[in-house]
Design a protein around this ligand. Sequence first.
Ligand code: G3P
Ligand code: MG
Length: 344
Amino acid sequence: SQVQDMSSVKTAAAKDMAFAFDIDGVLVHGDRLIPEGKRVLEILNGDNELGIKIPHIFLTNGSGKPEAARCAQLSKILHSPISTEQFIQSHTPMSALAEYYDTVLVVGGENYQCREVAKQYGFKDIVVPNDIVASQPTLSPLKEFFTAEQRATSTPRDFSKVKIDAILVFSDSRDYATDLQIIMDLLQSEDGVLGTRAKHPTNQRIPIYFSQGDLLCPTEHPSPRMSQGTFRIALEAIYKAITGVELERVVYGKPELATYKYADDVMTSWMDTIHNEERLPKNIYMIGDNPQSDIIGGNMYGWNTCLVRTGVYQGEGNDKQNPASFGVFDNVLKAVETALKKEL
Ligand code: G3P
Ligand code: MG
C-alpha cells in the first residue's frame, strides 16, 4: 500500500542521515543539562514517528578523562545511554601516536586522570608534570601548592636518566606556570632529557602535540572561559621570545581535518552496530556552538552545519566569518527538528 511505501522510504531516509553533536554549549554546560539536549537524544534513540534509531555520534573538543568515564557521566546528565563506540573527544585520535613514542610527557587536566587516558591508549611510559615536580621541587618556583592527592598520585624518579620522546597536551593546564616551565625546559633540552640544553633551538627538539585548539569554552560561568588554545598561544609566544624561532606543533580536534576523517570511520562502524549496515550515511549534520571550530570544520568537510545559540556563539543572525550552512537555531532541538523535517 501507499502508506507502507511511504514509511519504507522514510525509514531508508532515516538511515541515510546522521548527526554529529558537539557537547559543551550544545547538550550541556559543564555538568548542567541543556534541557533540549535530553529530548533530542530520546528522539534519535527511537522516540520518533518511525520508531527507528537515527544514527548520531558525539564529536567534542572536551578532554581530560577516559572515554568510558566521560560517557558514563554524560549518560547520567542526558538520561540516555552514550556508548564509547559513538564518542570522540579531542585526544581520542591521539591513541594512534602510541605506536611512535615510548616515553611521553602528558600535560593537562587532573594529572592522574590523563595518565590513565594515555595508559588506555597504549603508551608504555607516561610522565606527568607532577612526577617532575615531585622529583625536583625547585623546578617551578611559582608553584604554591602541591596537594597531598597530587603527591600521592605522582612518581618521583631520576629525570636525568629519562628521555622523553614527545609532549602530548591532552587537556587544559591546571597550572600554567609549572606546565609552561616544564615544557620550555623540555623543548630546549637535548633530545628530551631534562636538565640538558641543546646547542641549537630546533636540532634536537622533541615534538609537541595539542589535543585541540579552541580559544574559548562555554562552562557554567556566564561567559565563555579560556581553553587549550590560549595555553598554546602563551607557549608559542614564550618560545619565540626566548629562542627566536617559531614553535612547530601539531594540533588535533575540531576543526582539524584528521578529526573529521576519524569521525567518518566512527560513524561508519556505529551504523554497523545499530543497523547492521557498515556504511556512511549520506546527509550528515554537525550541530555546534562554536563557529571557529565546529562550523568551519564541518563546512570544510562538506557536512550540513547548524549553529546553536546556547554556547560560545551569541550573535545576531549567522556568523559572518564562518556561516553555518544549514542555519542558526535557538537550541539543539530546533536544529534537529528542522533537519528531520527536511530529510524525512
Ligand atoms: O573547548 C573545550 C571543550 O570543552 C569544548 O567541547 O563539546 O564544545 O567541543 P565541545
Ligand atoms: Mg561546544
